[in-house]
Design a protein around this ligand. Structure first.
Ligand code: TRH
Length: 377
């Protein structure tokens, strides 16, 4: 057993804390480490983990010591491994203590997930920080030679058991106030603001198949409200029907319940990093709203992922999926892209399971970190 400190600064949204909270739990539960998660915005953590208390400076949750990383942070006993998540910049006192230590901890900068080619060349590289101290860049990724992605040991078994149990699905959905209509297609929607939403909803409203669109509270609700022509904010519990489309606003649920929601749905629109990966583990077709970057840098990242993900699909299905994802991220053309995608549905569905199985054949991120640590000893 070793001690691990994970530092997380919540820049915006939930991805930073989403990834680090998941990683912290896994390192504790599956690798038996003592893990401290330092987070500077406890409220963001509590949104994902409602049983926690945002007022506490320290609390033990799911085997992890979750601590408030406050402005007056004081250095503590050094851990064996220090993870600086997403270049969040460690407190100066922490770096000074690490430099001065007789036995310096392993210092890792956990980077954002990307399928771009250069990641393999940069994964694991050291960067000297003075007085013998090194910082290593640790890159998650989808191919051999990267750090992999987060996947708990029993995740796929639990997911498959849940999906094979219609009663469990019904009970879970009922707990969120959702009653599934006969033959309805369930879609979950988690996205940034997107001017392309209206076109997609127009297409869903006239689609021959009934759709139930489930929208957890978040940034897309403004576009939804506008499309519906509603004056006030859309609160959890809100429902509306337009043609063959039924819409329902959900609360922002715990991270574990969000997984279950993804498992229940036939199609998941996700965003950022962590929900994107979880939708892949759901084994169902997905639509990714990538985190937009300055000067359009995210387009390369999107195309790099698609270049991997589309392998094995027929050219027509690959093209339709490519166009749908690009339309969604461009915020235009979703209606036509959705209609063009419909014939490829069965192929996409099969492909989603294949992709999931192929990804699961690689070591997960926590296991890769563990191995990196063991090799550093
Ligand atoms: O919130 P995000 O947009 O986070 C983003 C990305 O990580 C991006 O790469 C980063 O640069 C930016 O933050 C700062 O999307 P993401 O990564 O999917 O994180 C959302 C988390 O919220 C994820 O852990 C799932 C969780 N979630 C719930 O727990 N309950 C919910 O109801 C929903 C909708 C999400």
């Amino acid at each position: 057993m070793a001690s691990w400190d994970i530092f997380c600064s919540v820049v915006d949204n939930y991805g930073d804390i989403g990834v680090t909270w998941r990683l912290a739990r896994q390192l504790a539960a599956e690798h038996g480490h003592h893990v401290r998660l330092w987070v500077d915005e406890p409220a963001a953590f509590v949104a994902l983990c409602p049983q926690a208390d945002a007022r506490l400076k320290r609390q033990q949750v799911a085997g992890v010591e979750v601590c408030h990383w406050a402005a007056d942070w004081q250095s503590e006993a050094l851990a064996d491994v220090v993870i600086e998540a997403f270049g969040c910049t460690l407190p100066e006192a922490q770096v000074a203590a690490m430099r001065a230590a007789a036995r310096q901890p392993l210092w890792l900068n956990l980077e954002y997930l990307s399928a771009e080619d250069w990641v393999v060349g940069c994964h694991g590289l050291p960067s000297p920080q003075g007085q013998g101290l090194q910082k290593y860049f640790f890159f998650p990724g989808f191919v051999a030679g990267t750090g992999g992605v987060l996947r708990e040991r029993e995740l796929l078994a639990r997911r498959r058991a849940f999906q094979a149990d219609p009663a469990a699905r019904r009970v879970f959905l009922a707990g969120l106030g959702i009653t599934v209509q006969d033959q309805a297609r369930l879609i979950s929607l988690f996205a940034y603001e997107n001017p392309g939403l209206g076109e997609w909803l127009d297409a869903l409203a006239v689609d021959p198949q009934v759709t139930q669109l489930l929208v957890p509270r978040g940034r897309i609700l403004g576009d939804l409200r506008q499309w519906l022509g509603e004056a006030g904010d859309l609160e959890p519990g809100f429902m509306a029907q337009r043609g063959n489309l039924q819409l329902q606003v959900l609360p922002f649920v715990s991270q574990d319940d969000y997984d279950r929601l993804l498992w229940c749905c036939d199609f998941n629109a996700v965003r950022g990093e962590d929900s994107f990966v979880r939708a892949q583990w759901a084994g169902r077709p997905l639509l990714w709203h990538i985190y937009p970057q300055e000067e359009g840098a995210h387009w390369e990242k999107l195309d790099a992922f698609l270049a991997l993900y589309l392998q094995g699909l027929s050219p027509a299905a690959a093209q339709a999926l490519h166009e749908l994802w690009r339309a969604w991220n461009a915020g235009a053309g979703m209606g036509a892209a959705w209609v063009a995608a419909r014939p490829h549905w069965p192929e996409w569905r099969e492909h989603a399971e294949k992709w999931c199985a192929e990804q699961a054949s690689r070591p997960d991120l926590a296991a890769a970190l563990e191995q990196f640590y063991q090799e550093s000893l």
